[in-house]
Write a protein that binds this ligand. Structure first.
Ligand code: SF4
Length: 436
């Protein structure tokens, strides 16, 4: 194994890609002797871990790889990984012959086998990634991300994931608990369990073992001594059964912030998105969560102007926003993605100006809500896990219901839970004084 080889990784997209990049790095360090660098010009190997959901159109991706090729040092290799790699496969090398290898999102653990094979393309959608030792991704010293499943069995019509990450397979619970324990032994106090659809966990394992449930996994993980907080993303509203909601409410280690991706408030649009639930189901689940969990924060994703969305459909979305009172909304105006079923709905596409107007209306509605809901927090006391110190002498961290807090402090508070008296608010964060 040669020494001192440097690896530069550019990661685009979601948290799954962040953990995949950590996994790539761990495999290449362990098996191929690479060490990470943040300087592209120093790297012997440059990897771009792509996303087809949120990132740039394919043409921009190629222009970026072209830039990497110009800037790289002589002899350095370039690899393309992730969802766009799964989607385009060998066409990437045809179009950019200076790319050395391509590894799909479902084949990350094969990286060590292909890194030295010029022209290698590994994009099999059936690859069993669930039994490998997954590296856990430290997003900071106190928080770790751990994958609990790969792939997704849903077929949401706007989403590329099923065709890039393949069918859903769960990672065995004992591997997950082990990974969390290792992270806690290394100083983590919070875990983020990651999957495309976390609460359908346990339906299929590659070793054919009996079914399990996400609720049981939460119970297992919460037994890890020294672990203080459990978060997870993304759950699917369809799988929020009573058992899950009750566990969420009573398990003190589970952070009381939940992501409930609505996508649309119209049952008709949800049907055409193939989301599997109705407006009424979503409202019912959100109401039950609010009823059982005081101080709950609910975040969501909403797509406006999905093909065929009428004005009445959009009003249904506003109605759900008004009823559920989301604490954070990730809003998107629909745009067609290659490889998705919704691409065939071009005849029902909504004119861009209507889509933009709906997006603005939604953003404004939510802004007004936050301007009303945040100020009453002034004067209250919140418990915060302090995670970092900023150069201006402020420390920052998150409450149990995952609201960011800033306060004057020092490095003595890092990694500790402190009480903060709130003195000011913005629409998305709190400011205060540490009182104990
Ligand atoms: S649940 Fe739907 S949106 Fe989420 S990853 Fe699966 S197919 Fe995509």
């Amino acid at each position: 194994m040669s020494e001192n080889k440097k690896l530069f990784i550019q990661t685009l997209g979601c948290q799954m890609n962040d953990t995949d990049s950590v996994h790539i790095q761990a495999e290449l360090e362990k098996h191929k002797g690479y060490t990470a660098t943040d300087k592209l010009e120093d790297a012997d190997l440059i990897i771009i871990n792509t996303c087809s959901v949120r990132e740039k159109p394919v043409s921009k991706l190629f222009s970026e790889i072209g830039q990497f090729n110009k800037k790289k040092k002589e002899g350095a290799k370039i690899g393309v990984c992730g969802c766009t790699a799964s989607h385009l496969g060998k066409d990437i090398i045809k179009r950019a012959p200076y790319v050395d290898f391509v590894v799909g999102a479902r084949n990350i653990s094969k990286i060590k086998d292909v890194v030295d094979v010029k022209g290698a393309v590994e994009i099999s959608i059936d690859n069993d990634e669930s039994m490998y030792e997954f590296a856990s991704a430290n997003t900071n010293r106190y928080r770790v991300g751990v994958n609990i499943s790969v792939g997704c069995d849903k077929k949401c019509t706007y989403c590329i994931v099923p065709s890039t990450r393949g069918e859903e397979i769960s990672i065995p619970p004992e591997m997950i608990v082990n990974e969390v324990q290792k992270a806690v032994n290394n100083g983590a106090v919070e875990v983020m369990l990651l999957g495309q659809n976390v609460n359908s966990y346990g339906r299929r394992f590659s070793d054919g073992r009996e079914k399990y449930t996400f609720t049981r996994l939460l119970q297992d993980v919460s037994k890890v001594e020294g672990l203080k907080r459990i978060r997870f993303t993304s759950p699917h509203p369809l799988h929020m059964d009573d058992e899950f909601i009750e566990e969420f409410a009573k398990n003190e280690k589970i952070s009381k912030c939940i992501h409930m991706p609505l996508q649309s408030g119209s049952t008709e649009v949800l049907k055409s998105m193939k989301r599997g639930y109705t407006k009424e189901w979503f409202l019912n689940r959100a109401a039950k969560m609010r009823q059982l969990v005081p101080n709950l924060r609910i975040t969501t994703d909403i797509i406006v102007a999905f093909p065929g969305e009428t004005h009445e459909d959009f009003l249904d979305t506003l109605d759900v926003v008004n009823q559920v009172k989301f604490d954070q909304i990730f809003n998107f105006k629909y745009s067609p993605r290659p490889g998705t079923e919704a691409l065939n709905m071009a005849d029902k596409e909504i004119p861009d100006e209507i889509g933009s107007a709906r997006l603005t209306e939604l953003i404004e509605l939510h802004k007004r809500y936050l301007e009303e809901s945040m100020p009453p927090l002034i004067g209250s006391t919140v418990n915060v896990l302090i995670e970092s110190l900023k150069p201006n002498g402020e420390v920052t961290g998150y409450t149990d219901n995952y609201l960011q807090v800033f306060a004057k402090g020092s490095d003595e508070y890092l990694g500790k839970f402190v009480d903060v008296k709130v003195t000011d608010v913005t629409r998305t964060a709190l400011k205060g004084e540490i009182i104990s």
